[in-house]
Design a protein around this ligand. Structure first.
Ligand SMILES: Nc1ncnc2c1ncn2[C@@H]1O[C@H](COP(=O)(O)OP(=O)(O)OP(=O)(O)O)[C@@H](O)[C@H]1O
Length: 211
């Protein structure tokens, strides 16, 4: 379970305050869509939930733990072990192969490469990009990169999956593949949270938070 309580956020002192005291719970095993007009703070809320930003006031809870006040090193550890994040622009390292990009968060979380390569290949297969495993990001399309980013976010079977417009670059068939992978993570018990404008995703989510 992941929750925010009475959360507000401003990027700078005196800047526009976002969320106006938002409280909500993101249920384990459910897909929650975060919606709202451009600029309302969908990405920012994902960064707060993903322990990349801290709220200006209010609390963020991961399970029973209040995580917004924890030291940076502990938050980085929780990020590596419990969270999977799909960035809007895929954010793949241009120097690594696709397979290495997917494996890397597992190594960072303490796994051995030989133990996770099979799962990485399975995820790439499920997302329809297995034949690109040995290529680099410069050699694949934007839509393929987005699907690789989803595989990378799921490699550690995270307790929380956060995805920022994960179907933004995709046609309907590939959006369905991505949504199926994210729904699969929820079925395996993850609280799965998707910032989206996509009607197709909205039709298939379990709950919705409107900003
Ligand atoms: N790094 C930053 N520094 C200062 N202001 C920022 C920063 N990032 C975002 N903002 C501002 O915070 C507000 C929320 O931005 P955010 O990207 O979270 O919105 P969004 O709902 O995800 O938008 P979109 O649908 O266009 O992606 C906007 O007014 C934006 O200009």
């Amino acid at each position: 379970m992941l929750a925010v309580q009475d959360v507000r956020f401003a990027y700078r002192h005196g800047a526009e305050e976002l969320f106006g005291g938002l409280s909500c719970t993101f249920t384990t095993g459910a897909v929650t869509a975060i919606t709202g007009a451009s600029g309302r703070g969908k990405s920012t809320l994902l960064y707060l939930l993903g322990l990349m930003l801290r709220p200006t006031s209010g609390a963020v809870l991961l399970g029973d733990i209040r995580v917004d006040h924890l030291p940076d090193a502990r938050r980085a550890e929780l990020r590596a072990q419990r969270l999977g994040f799909v960035f809007q622009d895929a954010a793949l390292d241009p120097a690594r192969t696709i397979l290495d990009s997917v494996v890397e968060p597992a190594l960072y979380a303490g796994s051995h490469r030989r133990d996770v390569t099979g799962r990485a290949r399975d995820l790439l297969e499920r997302l329809g990009v297995a034949e690109r495993a040995d290529h680099r990001p410069g050699e694949i399309s934007g839509g393929q990169a987005q699907r690789v980013a989803v595989a990378r976010a799921l490699i550690n079977s995270p307790a929380v999956v956060l995805a920022d417009e994960p179907t933004g670059n995709l046609d309907h068939d590939n959006a369905a593949i991505v949504l199926a992978a994210l729904r699969g993570a929820a079925r395996d018990g993850a609280a799965t949270i998707i910032a989206t404008h996509d009607d197709f995703v909205l039709q298939h989510c379990d709950q919705r938070v409107e900003l």
